[in-house]
Structure formats: structure tokens, C-alpha cells
Design a protein around this ligand. Structure first.
Ligand code: ZN
Length: 474
């Protein structure tokens, strides 16, 4: 949602900063209205203001908190609420980057441009607001030797909607703290994360239209995002790819250890801080998990619960020495430790049980309700209610999304399912039969899980102990 631009046509962001005395960096947020799927910000803003019973303020007023000075025409309660959300977000991002904010972030947040006096906004800011977008304008002194921007001061202009103020506030924090916000994929991915960030939580929170777009699109390859020379402000669609990549790398336990130092290295101009150097040896794994994330992407999806197991060793089962594993109900695909060949037959024993919600019935490893249980709450056979029933957000609802066939949506919930991993590709999922006899449908490492919607794993409980023994007539 942004374009990098500089006054007098200088390149900025990824290139070396020219040694001018004053450099002006512009981060322009282009409206998500590029997509007809998005309600235009303006129409949201207007409909909100019509509905509001509170008398509208005659014009902008100033509100301040520990780190922000916000000029806005929002009613007082909403302005204070925005300040609170900005402070919360700033606390999270400054903790993440390990640099407490030192300088007030000045913001102009506009709901109704008509109530702002003609000269109250600088032209670039006004123009961005007119486009239902946001812009962060930063000025400072450039060090002639290092090319670094010193004593940067940012001013944010943003419409009062859709997380645009939070997005721009992340840019402003980075500019004032580090002199820049990094290459486009990082700057925009992290700024988009800004308004989705929740303390200690890796669940996906975003607009339903983003989910719809990501699930309905051909996935954009990882390196196309990272190596792209795309500029900020290109399109909201490109923002969603960058956001998804940053969300994955920041939250997936396979990658997050390297992601924060990479970001800090980028922001503090360390020459080794590039995606290739930091993640080059893992690029196949990241590309696999990124694709997987996009294919199963949903509100409430947690990359911490679905991180791929790259460490467990697999081996071929033998008739006499069974291979054992434990499969947890609240995780995605888990290593069985068995590597199979097409047509091999196994004896499988499965012991244990699991539940798919706090008050749900106890199920066998094959999805069968166990006897002597309290009656289960009413629910349909294969499709559960949206995750939003559990968690708060009003705007995040799956009901608006098209029904997309999930890879194991036809399997009954609680059924033990398998998939074969072979050369970074997955087979179609299949059921592990309850009769204790399993024939491998292909070749690869066998991964298993308890069938449940991908975005509703967190409340599952229980585990199943499994033994795989190759049938002796193989
Ligand atoms: Zn931006």
C-alpha cells in the first residue's frame, strides 16, 4: 500500500542515500480501494459518521499521549481510543526491535477532510488523504560519510480507518529511530503487521478480504517477494504477500530466531543483513512452509501450531521392530518417523483419545465418539462454526468468505489422517483406517494429524500413541 518516493526524484529506501543536506522521504500508502472487494475507506468513514450520535467536532483537535501527538477530527472518545491502540502497538514493536521510542510521533488522522482548514495539512499529506491512504513524511540531515539520515523527524498523514494510522506509525517509528525502514518487503510487511500485532499471539488477524484474496490467488513465489524491486505503494495485493511472509518468519519457531536479528541488522545497516545470507540455507524449507501457510491461510490460523518438523529422523519400518510416535490433537502435521514405499502394508495400533473443543465429546483416533460421554453440543458433521465464535473481533468473520474446499474437509473431525512428504511436495491427505491395516498410497515420509479445521487447532486436547509395524508378507 505504499510507494517510496523522494523529493527531487532521488531513490530511497533500498539504495544509498544521497548526501544532500536535507532528504525528504515519502512513504505513500495507496488505498486498498484498488480492489473492488474492499469497501472504500471513505464510504466506511462517512457511514460511520452518519451513524454516530455524538456531535461532530467542528474541526481537528490535538490529543497527546506518552509517545504520540495526534491531530484529528475524530470525536474525543475515538481519538483517545486510537491513542491507546497506537501506544499498545508501539510498546509491542519497540519491544520487538529492542529500542524504546525516544521521539514523539506526530500524526494527522483524518476522517472528514472537509472540516480541516485549507492550510492545515501539507500538500502531499492532503493528497494522500484524498486517495483514502496514508503517508509518512520524514525529514532530517544526511551524514555525508555514511549516507545515514540523522535527527529524522516524521509526520504521518492517514485516514482514520483500516489500520492505516498504525501502519504509518510503524514507518514513523522506524524512520525516527533508524533513519529508514528497510527494503520494501520488510518495511511494508512489518508495517502491515503493526495493526495486526497482538501481544504474545501468533494467530492470524486481518481483514476478511485479505484472507479471501490470499486463498483465491496463485501464490506469489518467495523469492519474487524478497528480491522484487517493487516499490512501496504498488498495490494492496502486494502488501498482503509481504505481510504474510513477515508474519510467518516472525512467528514460526523454525525461523523466528533469525528474523528479529535480520530485521535489526537491516534497520541498522549491517552489510550481512540480507534475506539470502540469513535464510539462504533454509530457502527450500521456507518456500515450502510459506506455500503451506498460504494454502491453509485463515483467520485464527497459528503458524506456531503448524510449523513443519524438519528435525525428526525417519526410517523404514520392519516387521519385528515397530516404529512408535505420539500425535497431538492440537498440532498440524507431525512426524510419524516412518518412511514408506507405495503399496507397503502396515499394522497400525492407535491408543488414546482427543477432543476438538473445550466442551466437545471425547473421540477415538478415528473420529468416533467414545461411550459414556456427556452429550455433545450440536454441530454439523464436517463443518464447524467460524472461529470468531471463540474470539472477539466483530469484523473478522469467515461467513463472508467463499466456501473453499479444504484438503481434508470431507474427513470426519477427529479422524487420524496422513500425508506423504516427498522432495518438498505433499501428497493428497488420506485416512488411516480404523481396522489396523494401512497400505501406503505412495512414497515418502509419513506425517499425521487429527482432522480438524486448520484455524481451530488451539483448543484441541489429547494425543494418540501409534505403532507402525511392516506386515511380514511385504
Ligand atoms: Zn507503508
Amino acid at each position: 500500500m505504499t510507494i517510496h518516493a523522494t523529493q527531487a526524484g532521488a531513490a530511497c529506501g533500498q539504495g544509498r542515500l544521497p548526501a544532500w543536506r536535507i532528504l525528504i522521504l515519502l512513504f505513500v500508502g495507496v488505498g486498498l480501494t484498488a480492489s473492488p472487494d474492499f469497501v472504500s475507506a471513505q464510504s466506511v468513514a462517512k457511514s460511520k459518521s452518519k451513524k454516530s450520535d455524538a456531535p461532530q467536532p467542528a474541526g481537528p483537535r490535538d490529543y497527546s499521549s506518552a509517545n504520540f501527538l495526534v491531530h484529528t477530527d475524530l470525536p474525543e472518545a475515538e481519538a483517545n481510543d486510537l491513542l491507546k491502540r497506537l501506544e499498545n502497538m508501539l510498546a509491542l514493536i519497540s519491544k520487538y526491535w529492542g529500542r524504546p521510542n525516544k521521539q514523539t510521533i506526530e500524526m494527522f488522522v483524518v476522517r472528514d477532510l472537509e472540516v480541516w482548514p485549507r492550510n492545515s495539512l501539507e500538500p502531499a499529506g492532503r493528497e494522500s488523504i484524498e486517495q483514502n491512504a496514508g503517508i509518512t513524511i520524514t525529514s532530517g540531515t544526511v551524514n555525508r560519510q555514511t549516507g545515514k539520515l540523522l535527527a529524522a523527524k516524521s509526520r504521518v498523514y492517514a485516514i482514520a480507518d483500516r489500520g492505516v494510522p498504525q501502519h504509518e506509525a510503524v514507518h514513523a517509528y522506524c524512520h525516527q529511530m533508524f533513519g529508514h525502514a528497510g527494503p520494501t518487503w520488510y518495511a511494508e510487511g512489518m508495517a502491515e503487521m503493526g495493526h495486526c500485532w497482538r501481544d504474545g499471539e501468533s494467530r492470524v488477524h486481518c481483514l476478511p478480504n485479505v484472507v479471501k484474496y490470499l486463498r483465491g490467488s496463485e501464490p506469489k513465489p518467495l523469492l519474487a517477494i524478497v528480491n522484487s524491486r517493487d516499490q512501496t505503494g504498488d498495490s494492496w495485493q502486494n502488501y498482503t504477500w509481504r505481510w504474510a511472509l513477515c508474519h510467518l518468519l516472525a512467528n514460526n519457531p523454525n525461523y523466528y530466531d533469525r528474523f528479529r536479528p535480520l530485521g535489526l541488522g537491516i534497520l541498522t545497516d549491517q552489510p550481512d543483513a540480507t534475506f539470502e545470507r540469513v535464510y539462504g540455507s533454509m530457502s527450500k524449507e521456507i518456500a515450502f512452509e510459506y506455500l503451506f501457510f498460504l494454502q491453509h491461510f485463515d483467520l485464527g490460523y497459528e503458524v506456531t501450531l503448524t510449523a513443519w518438523d524438519w528435525k525428526t529422523k525417519f526410517r523404514h519400518a520392519m516387521p519385528k521392530a515397530p516404529i512408535v510416535c505420539v500425535i497431538e490433537a492440537n498440532r498440524g502435521w507431525q512426524a510419524s518417523r516412518v518412511i514408506v514405499r507405495k503399496g507397503e502394508e502396515f499394522e497400525v495400533t492407535a491408543e488414546g483419545s482427543w477432543t476438538l473443543s473445550a466442551d466437545g465429546p471425547e473421540l477415538s483416533p478415528f473420529g468416533v465418539e467414545l461411550p459414556n460421554q456427556k452429550p455433545a453440543p450440536e454441530k454439523s458433521a464436517t463443518v464447524k462454526k467460524p472461529a470468531t465464535a471463540k474470539k472477539n473481533s466483530k469484523s473478522e468473520t469467515l461467513e463472508e468468505l467463499p466456501s473453499i474446499i479444504r484438503d481434508d474437509s470431507l474427513v470426519k473431525p477427529g479422524q487420524l489422517v496422513g500425508v506423504l512428504f516427498n522432495d518438498y511436495e505433499l501428497s493428497e491427505p488420506f485416512e488411516i483406517p480404523a481396522d489396523g491395516s494401512f497400505v501406503a498410497p505412495g512414497e515418502g515420509q509419513l506425517f499425521l494429524r487429527c482432522a480438524d479445521a486448520w484455524n481451530r487447532l488451539a483448543d484441541n486436547k489429547g494425543k494418540v500413541n501409534l505403532k507402525f509395524k511392516l506386515k511380514s508378507d511385504n
